[in-house]
Design a protein around this ligand. Structure first.
Ligand code: ADP
Ligand code: MG
Length: 616
């Protein structure tokens, strides 16, 4: 018997499988282990990560590293993916002014309409005029309230207040006539004076109704249809706010601009086609289908897509130490997304959801310095290091150890950077590597929720949500309640939480459970359902998914609590049986390549043994 360890070096994860292999190829699996890949897959930087998982696998098996006969590594072709995102719409406010934000504590409630007047100008206002008072920086709330009350007594109708400091309630509570007060307006000096304006504050727990409705704004300002069309983006940007101010200036110019995102050119083996980025993801993917197999992609210079592809190429060339013009893009995945963007011209840091396209691109580099890596591993481990077969073949062999599977078998490997598929055919495996996988889902969640925190986005991807409803119970996203003996941590209260296996973490956004769940599920759908179908279609005999028998889903993203179901549902339409792999009946969707390496090694040994014992 000899002790061998199969090692799969992935883009994100390095996995090991320790096994005893007998002379006739019989295998006794001992243990598995996994850890993060160190450095770029297929380079000498991987050594420390490999040494670590081998050590852990042997420790788990209770074996002495001195007994190790060989380490089997996969032939790791680095498949590197890059990601870029670009907005294709932009909301700009130039002359009209809008303030729409959610200060924590606006004052009063209701809608007030009038002409904007500086606080200092209140004494000059005529009785009977309707005004919105603009309280600048440096005015004390008591003075503000006193001044407004004095004006009201004289018969001036102060219908609303816009303030700089965070003191809306302090002002509102001192007013003789309650009016809506919007505070925390950082650029209060830029609020145009002498203009017709509307201030709206909703009751607590509600959102504004008039200024978030384009016809509401049209009614307040008596707009004609053309002016109404122009103001539409303002209403849209104000949806969901608790308070807002709209000031109408003559020749108001609010642009809801579509940024020309540029043209993407997809160069196939046979043909070449161009597509406008702002046509959206479906159109881009459709064009790609028509030029496949892709040889390279180019973006129109001086446009967003030109910049995106240049960034992707730069990252790739840096990672692989290839010259920038030697980088060939072999697959792209376009995904429609949206990003909260600061509105140009807003006065209180308002955001609008702008539509955007995310582009994941994948480059297959020339075969990495595997020999060098093997040599370094030999030195570090002090044992034989064999470079095993093609990754896709090995994954298929490993997947076949899933109980209940049989040939013909297709695998779908959902990793971090790429989605891979392979089918066994007469002459080895036929496989594809596609851009876009788990990391893209994490990125979409991060940007669509405006988190700017990839770790938290990763948790939101992996774990369910809940809302802390009291100190002792949370409401899970499926509607059930869960009770606790001990009070919840203070920072969890009244927050949306993600229930990680390391405890509950509050999500610092205003989004509700439903919204976050929707973003999460839709991101998974846009990446994995699209890619699963695309990948299977490319490996299926005759390009027809219906010709596939069993599909085994593998890889880290197959551990997801939603993705495998989404894929099963999508392929069920083609009459295909699909499920999450359970490698060796114990490992779940992990360890397929590492296991396949051992299986292949054992089979080779058995063949050798038989050859040596052929009676002459
Ligand atoms: P690779 O083969 O490229 O090294 P992996 O198969 O290790 O990649 O997959 C890595 C991906 O799996 C990452 O995007 C990670 O977020 C995702 N992942 C790992 N565990 C889980 C989990 N429990 N739920 C959902 N996704 C997961
Ligand atoms: Mg992998």
């Amino acid at each position: 018997m000899s002790l061998v360890v199969g090692v799969d070096i992935g883009n994100s994860t390095t996995e090991a499988c320790a096994t005893l292999v007998g002379e006739h190829g019989e295998m006794t699996f001992l243990s598995g282990a996994l850890g993060g890949t160190t450095g770029v897959k297929g380079t000498v930087e991987n050594v420390s990560g490999v040494v670590e998982v081998v050590r852990r696998a042997l420790a788990a098996a209770g074996r002495d590293p001195a007994d190790l006969a060989a380490v089997l590594v996969n032939e790791a072709t680095p498949v590197i993916s890059g990601l870029a995102m670009e907005t294709i719409t932009e909301t700009i406010i130039t002359e009209s002014t809008m303030i729409g934000h959610n200060p924590d504590t606006p004052g009063g409630a209701g809608l007030g309409v009038g002409t904007t007047v500086a606080f200092a100008g209140l004494p000059d206002c005529a009785a009977g005029s309707a005004v919105i008072c603009v309280v600048g920086a440096g005015v004390d709330f008591e003075d503000a309230a006193a001044g407004i009350n004095a004006a009201t007594l004289r018969g001036v109708r102060v219908t609303g207040v816009v303030a700089h400091a965070d003191d809306a309630n302090l002002i509102a509570n001192r007013l003789r006539e309650p009016v809506p007060v919007v505070d925390e307006v950082t650029l209060v000096d830029r609020v145009p004076l002498g203009m017709r304006a509307a201030v709206e504050v909703a009751e607590q727990g509600r959102t504004i109704r008039t200024l978030s409705n384009v016809y509401g704004i049209a009614t307040v300002f008596e707009l004609d249809p053309e002016q109404t069309r122009l103001i539409a983006p303002v209403a849209r940007a104000l949806v969901g706010n608790r308070s807002a101010v709209v000031v109408r200036t003559p020749a108001g110019d609010i642009a809801d601009r579509r940024i020309p995102a540029g043209t993407l050119t997809l160069i196939g083996e046979q043909t070449k086609r161009s597509v406008e980025m702002d046509a959206g993801a479906a159109e881009i993917m459709d064009t790609l289908r028509r030029v496949r197999p892709l040889v390279d992609a180019a973006g129109e210079p001086g446009t967003h897509v030109g910049g995106m592809l240049a960034r992707v190429r730069d990252t790739m060339s840096e990672l692989t130490e290839m010259p920038v013009d030697g980088v060939r893009i072999q697959d792209v995945l376009a995904v429609d997304t949206f990003v909260p963007q600061r509105i140009t011209g807003g006065l209180a840091g308002e955001f609008a959801l702008e539509s955007a396209v995310a582009l994941a691109a994948m480059v297959r580099t020339s075969k990495g310095p595997m020999e060098l890596l093997a040599e370094r591993l030999r030195a570090a481990l002090g044992c034989e290091v064999l470079i095993g077969g093609v990754e896709a073949d090995m994954a298929l062999l490993g997947a076949l150890t899933t109980p209940g599977t049989d040939r013909p078998l297709a695998i779908l490997d959902l990793g971090g950077g790429s989605t891979d598929a392979a089918v066994s055919s007469g002459d080895g495996a036929h496989s594809v590597h596609l851009a876009g996988a788990g990391d893209l889902v994490t990125n979409l969640i991060d940007s669509e929720l405006g988190l700017d925190n990839l770790e938290l986005a990763e948790e939101i991807k992996k774990f369910p949500l809940a809302k802390a409803e009291s100190f002792f119970h949370i409401r899970m996203e499926d509607g059930t309640a869960r009770f606790f003996q001990e009070p919840l941590p203070a920072d969890a209260f009244a927050r949306v939480l993600v229930l990680t296996d390391a405890g509950m973490h509050p999500i610092p956004t205003r989004h509700g459970v439903e919204k976050i769940r929707e973003v999460r599920r839709s991101a998974k759908h846009r990446v994995f359902v699209v890619n699963a179908l695309r990948a299977l279609e490319q490996v299926a005999p005759g390009g027809d998914i219906r010709h596939l028998g069993f599909v085994v889903v593998l890889g880290g993203s197959a551990l997801d609590f939603e993705i495998p179901d989404m894929i099963s549902e999508a392929v069920a339409a083609f009459g295909v049986v699909s499920g999450t792999g359970n490698v060796r009946g114990t490992e779940g969707p992990r360890n397929a390549v590492a296991t396949g390496l051992v299986v292949s090694h054992a089979a080779a040994r058995a063949v050798m043994e038989r050859a040596l014992h052929i009676p002459r």
